[in-house]
Write a protein that binds this ligand. Structure first.
Ligand code: ADP
Ligand code: MG
Length: 693
């Protein structure tokens, strides 16, 4: 064993950028604006795209392609002196002839650049990059860029900012690369690199910034994507503690028949399938269930969860169900109690807004094993909450819980079974990334008798008509929602006042005579609950609400929704909101009101009025906003990816996931010397504060 220490990139002392040639304080600040604060970060500031100067074509080829107006590169020798002509308005025109390798000539022209005669030397060869056009005087390139053939490669283009153009950035990158130690160690162990044919980190960094050609760039990129996804997977797998052994508790009896017989409706085929997949997991030997239940809004995920809790309880296992909001927790509590209590199953509720005495009582019952299913918000995570025999953990998360929180609930049991319910249909790639190695059940079938929601997109001029339409439904004994677009958390009270005023105006104006209630995020849990209750029981006709109703609220008699300033919402959010109606067998309507004029907003709202397919909407949303925005990486506790593309790097992702599993199987805590580098990168990615020192 040698005791020479390995040298990893993240251990090299990072140098502030102001010390590099051509940088200084001012430029360093511009770099910071781009999120680059050190030499280290600069190496990971990958080019956004490249200009390919390595792929030269001939003049003939360029002529043939001239119509297309595409930029091309031609290697050619300057065959004349540069001539200069003074044009009208005191402009200078410089021009020269150049001939390519086949002896075919063209003219290059430049305006007002007095350096040209010095820079273009007769008899020397250059690569000219520009658009070739064929005029009356033959082929010509106007104001091409040019460089010596030795520099012909792929030119990196960085995301730049005013005062700091891409060319400047690349000059500093070149300096940092030149300083990289010869003996730089690779965080990916050699065996892994060999198995997956990955190039060395040193080569990858050089080639990603200054690729020789398209192939070396691909080699470098594949490696860096692999590394990024490998580290992400290692971090996620470790966070989830999926290396644990066998399930603490298994079930031996499938009691779904009893559950089915208690239900007021028949389960869909997809629901039955999901239930039996879950029960299969929970009765199998070995690892506990770790499953994602995905289904569009209204597909009936709650009934699946209830069925599983029912069978768990009948087998002596306690269950915990965590919901992202109090409204939702309370709603789940009511429907679970209604479904399960007749079977002798005890259901409890724990939310932050309950009194201390109420909470104490609930905790006591759970700890004594006298509650079978405990439903709550993240209040379930607090220290005082204990279970006698927690065997099943369900999160109804709608992307609101981070991986850490999910794990924290599971830690209250002895390797409990885990089911994660997600209402935003996400492409499989992303599901795999976010949920790691969860198994997936999909509810791809809507309950029978659902009538698709009709969605209309109108401008403010039709507002009155829209509200008249609401009234018509209220007169027929139906209910409706009006959504006003206010940010929920961290809301200032001014906006809250606006919501109250808004509701008042409606009840005195368009909706005069209707019973109008108001729901907003600033209300206390009990307040919210009583408004929601009143709406659910039909004491209110119209509920004016901010986006708090977005998550899972279920009132089947509500058949119409108006969304004001609809352009302010993302596609997936609109789909979630809209999913609050259309939950019964009556025709439901959603009216999007917006005066937005810009094309993007209009086309988003149009899409909403054309499709009810959550998958199509999610895909479009993802395309428009990118994965980071789509989920809000923060909410997931997921780090931002610098190079991997969640949509297109699926193949590499699968390999990286396999490698991550292999590595952790051998070395669960990344303690061996060969995994030193990976351990460092994982903690840097997932715990940047701590990895600083
Ligand atoms: P989501 O998947 O959006 O959470 P829910 O579980 O809230 O959907 O279910 C939506 C509505 O559909 C509820 O009123 C529920 O009672 C009802 N429902 C669920 N499954 C069925 C079914 N198989 N047949 C009819 N109605 C159902
Ligand atoms: Mg739901």
């Amino acid at each position: 064993m040698s005791d020479i220490k390995d040298l990893y990139l993240n251990e090299i002392e990072s140098k502030p950028l102001k010390y590099y040639k051509g940088v200084g304080e001012k430029r360093a600040q511009l770099f910071e604006k781009l999120g680059v604060d050190s030499s280290d970060a600069l190496l990971r500031y990958y080019p956004r795209e490249y200009e390919d100067w390595s792929d030269c074509i001939t003049v003939e080829q360029a002529k043939a392609n001239a119509e297309s107006g595409e930029v091309c590169c031609i290697r050619a020798t300057v065959s004349s002196q540069v001539r200069s002509v003074r044009l009208k308005g005191n402009r200078m025109l410089y021009s020269a002839r150049a001939v390519d390798d086949e002896g075919k000539g063209f003219r290059v022209t430049f305006f007002n650049n007095s350096y040209i005669p010095k820079m273009l030397v007769e008899g020397s060869q250059y690569i000219f990059r520009g658009k070739l056009f064929v005029g009356t005087n033959g082929a010509e390139m106007t104001s091409p860029m040019f460089d010596s053939p030795e520099n012909a490669g792929m030119i990196p283009i960085y995301r730049a900012t005013e005062g700091l153009p891409s060319r400047q950035i690349s000059k500093v990158v070149a300096q940092v690369l030149a300083e990289l130690p010869e003996d730089l160690s690779d965080p990916i162990p050699e065996a892994v690199r060999a198995k997956y044919k990955l190039c060395h980190i040193r080569y990858a960094l050089h080639q990603i910034h200054f690729p020789d050609d398209v192939e070396t760039l691909a080699t470098a990129r594949d490696r860096l994507v692999f590394e990024e996804l490998l580290i992400l997977q290692l971090g996620l797998l470790r966070l989830k503690g999926r290396r644990r052994g066998t399930a603490g508790m298994r079930i031996s009896r499938d009691c779904t028949d009893e559950f089915r017989s208690m239900l007021p409706f028949e389960l869909t085929g997809a629901q039955n399938r999901a239930i039996s997949e879950a029960i299969g997991d929970m009765s199998a030997d070995g690892q506990p269930m770790s499953r994602l239940l995905q289904g569009d809004v209204g597909s009936g995920k709650t009934a699946v969860a209830a069925a599983i809790c029912h069978t768990a309880a009948k087998n002596g296992l306690q269950s915990a169900l965590m919901a992202p909001t109090e409204i939702l927790a309370e709603q789940h509590f009511r429907s679970f109690a209604q479904l399960l209590e007749p079977c002798g199953i005890r259901v409890g509720l724990l939310t932050g807004s309950m009194t201390a005495a109420q909470k104490r009582k609930v905790r006591e019952l759970a700890a004594l094993g006298q509650t079978d299913v405990l439903i709550g918000t993240h209040a379930l995570l607090s220290d005082g909450v204990e279970f006698a025999s927690l065997g099943l953990v369900i999160t109804d998360e709608q992307h609101r819980f981070g991986v850490n929180q999910r794990g924290a609930l599971a830690a209250k049991g002895d390797n409990p079974h885990v089911l994660v319910m997600s209402a935003t249909p996400i492409p499989r790639t992303l599901a795999l990334i976010i949920y790691g190695d969860l198994d997936i059940s999909v509810l791809d079938e809507m309950p029978k008798g659902r009538v698709p929601i009709e969605t209309y997109f109108v401008d403010g001029g039709k507002r009155e008509r829209a509200y008249r339409f609401v009234r018509k439904h209220v007169d027929e004994g139906r209910q409706g929602y009006v959504i006003c677009p206010l940010v929920e958390e961290g809301e200032n009270s001014g906006e809250m006042k606006a919501a109250m005023e808004y509701a008042r105006n409606l009840s005195e104006g368009y909706l005069k005579g209707c019973r109008v209630g108001l729901l907003h995020g600033r209300m206390k849990g009990a307040e919210k609950d009583s408004v929601m209750q009143a709406f659910a029981s039909g004491e209110l006709d119209v509920l004016v609400s901010t986006t708090v109703v977005e998550v899972g609220v279920n009132v089947p008699n509500a058949v119409i929704m108006i969304i004001e300033n609809a352009e302010r919402f993302g596609l997936s959010q609109l789909h979630q909101l809209r999913g609050r109606v259309g939950r019964g067998s009556v025709q439901s309507y959603c009216i999007l009101i917006s005066d937005a004029k810009n094309d993007a907003a209009v086309s988003r709202l149009r899409l909403m009025s054309h499709t009810n397919d959550g998958f199509a909407i999610a895909n479009e949303d993802l395309k428009q906003r990118g994965p980071g925005d789509f989920f809000g990486s923060r909410q997931h506790g997921l780090p931002e990816m610098k190079i991997a593309d969640m949509m297109t790097d699926m193949q590499i992702f699968t390999l990286a996931q396999e490698a991550a599993k292999d590595i952790l199987a051998q070395d669960p805590d990344l303690q061996t010397r060969e995994n030193d580098g990976l351990r460092g990168e994982v903690s840097r990615l997932f715990d940047p504060e701590r990895a600083m020192n």
